[in-house]
Design a protein around this ligand. Structure first.
Ligand code: ATP
Length: 300
């Protein structure tokens, strides 16, 4: 039998507001996610045991034991439907690891969709999303795609109204950042302050609904950015370089270190990408479009 294949997108955070640390160890967030045209692909085929092989971008940095998010997703789905998790997963990565782009979450979402089809579980998308939320805060969004507001840990989703598409340029740093380390640094930076509950970002939501790219660029915001910049001061130069090259907006994505720039159009995105590549402030530069669809089967 041929393997079943599924794709799932990377995400960027157009707004990320972080509230106080909760008693369960997570921070409450209010974020606006957008899925962008940078895909992970997961192939699943019947096997005696649960295993994963990884190829592509940063494959050597990805664990292949039970901590791999795709393995965890397949195991959770199997347990939910009461079957043995016999499946061989093959991940093809395009999303840089530990970049704040949720590539691991995309792998989990694609694995859920592929195994769901392989095992013909008959579960609804809502049920898959429930399972996704047990794997990680960003996994339900990788499943849903598009543009959405995430609250709670980021797993409670509401679709956002969006007019048109945006042209983004991603500056990927040489070395990734661990999400837990960035949150810990934020807690230290805020140690003397009262932290309010996070609110859904109105300027970003309004700009998306109006399809106003200039307003969207001005509204991009990330509460984790000061912590990411404290850990990686060189990211300031990356953000500055994009702003100097006329980006409508520049922000660190999620826990970083990837920096995200909004371009006016496809041509401007190419100009920005060339400028950022030429000054050598990052490892690679990628041009992507958003929003794109969430995890889905690949039929060919
Ligand atoms: P987060 O979603 O936590 O913000 P991120 O987007 O910065 O993370 P990811 O590439 O998703 O970064 O993964 C972060 C870590 O998760 C990696 O360093 C790796 O150890 C672990 N991991 C587990 N499974 C995977 C996977 N399938 N792909 C990538 N990383 C994985």
């Amino acid at each position: 039998m041929r393997p079943v294949r599924a794709r799932a997108p990377a995400k960027i955070n157009l707004a990320l507001h972080v509230g106080p640390l909760r008693t369960d160890g997570f921070h409450e967030v209010a974020t606006t996610y957008q899925a962008v045209s940078l895909d992970e692909i997961v192939a699943a085929e019947e096997a005696e045991e649960l295993s994963v092989v990884v190829s592509g971008t940063d494959a050597e940095l990805v664990p292949t034991d039970g901590s791999n998010l795709a393995i965890r997703a397949a195991a959770a789905l199997a347990s939910h439907v009461g079957r043995a998790p016999g499946v061989r997963l093959a991940i093809t990565k395009l999303v840089p690891v530990a970049g704040g782009l949720a590539g691991g979450s995309a792998d989990a979402a694609a694995a859920l969709v592929a195994c769901d089809a392989l095992w013909q579980t008959g579960l609804t998308r809502a049920e898959l999303s429930e399972i996704a939320s047990t794997i990680g805060s960003d996994v339900p969004f990788a499943l849903a795609g598009g543009t959405a507001i995430g609250t709670g840990r980021g797993e409670q989703l509401t679709t956002a109204l969006v007019r048109g598409q945006s042209h983004w340029v991603l500056a990927v740093a040489e070395i990734g950042l661990r999400t837990a380390e960035v949150y810990a640094r934020l807690d230290r930076l805020r140690a003397r302050h009262e932290v309010a509950r996070p609110r859904v970002d109105v300027p970003v939501t309004a700009a998306l609904g109006a399809g106003d790219q200039a307003a969207l660029g001005r509204a991009l915001v990330n509460d984790l950015e000061p912590a990411a910049l404290a850990l990686r001061p060189e990211l300031r130069a990356t953000l500055e370089a994009g702003r100097d090259a006329g980006a409508l907006g520049a922000v660190v994505s999620g826990s970083g270190p990837t920096c995200v720039f909004l371009a006016r159009d496809a041509e401007h995105a190419l100009d920005l990408a060339v400028t950022l590549s030429a000054i050598g402030v990052c490892r690679t530069v990628k041009r992507v479009l958003g929003p794109v669809a969430g995890a889905q089967l690949l039929l060919s």
